[in-house]
Design a protein around this ligand. Structure first.
Ligand SMILES: [Zn+2]
Ligand SMILES: [Zn+2]
Length: 146
């Protein structure tokens, strides 16, 4: 797990490298996701900003732009569900995989030692060096299966 300040420093470095102007909006969006205990949709990020940063004047379009930027530079990850549902989480969280309900968007995180080890073995057998992986299992949750 990385601490919040390091992640914000990383963002500042990336923005500088890309020759972009530093804007507070991206930092606020990233902060919301770093501190979130759950995976958030763009609307939920927007609502959190309205609650936590009352003076800021960030519109939903800016939130969408900030989210795509942060995903592009690999500071956050999005999880897709249903036809156009999307939820985001900070990459500063420790590694885990996901069970995703395609009906209501519920997301369950899990980490399974056997699966992790098996992936390493498969990679080794194929002379692959793993740099990252994501596993998303899609289906319906208990409530939606009824
Ligand atoms: Zn569901
Ligand atoms: Zn997650």
């Amino acid at each position: 797990m990385v601490n919040n300040e390091e992640v914000i420093e990383e963002l500042k470095k990336i923005v500088k490298q890309k020759g972009l102007k530093y804007t507070e909006q991206r930092e606020i969006v990233l902060n919301i996701l770093i501190n979130a205990t759950d995976h958030l949709s763009a609307e939920e990020v927007y609502n959190e900003i309205k609650n936590q940063y009352k003076e800021s004047n960030i519109g939903i379009a800016t939130v969408y732009r900030a989210l795509s930027f942060l995903e592009e530079v690999d500071l956050i990850t999005s999880i897709t569900f249903g036809t156009d549902g999307k939820k985001y989480e900070s990459n500063a969280k420790s590694h885990h995989d996901h069970l995703i309900c395609t009906s209501c968007g519920k997301i369950v995180e899990f980490l399974d030692d056997e699966i992790e080890k098996r992936q390493d073995r498969i990679a080794k057998k194929n002379k692959f060096k793993i740099t990252s992986h994501s596993m998303q299992l899609y289906g319906t949750c208990e409530t939606c299966s009824k």
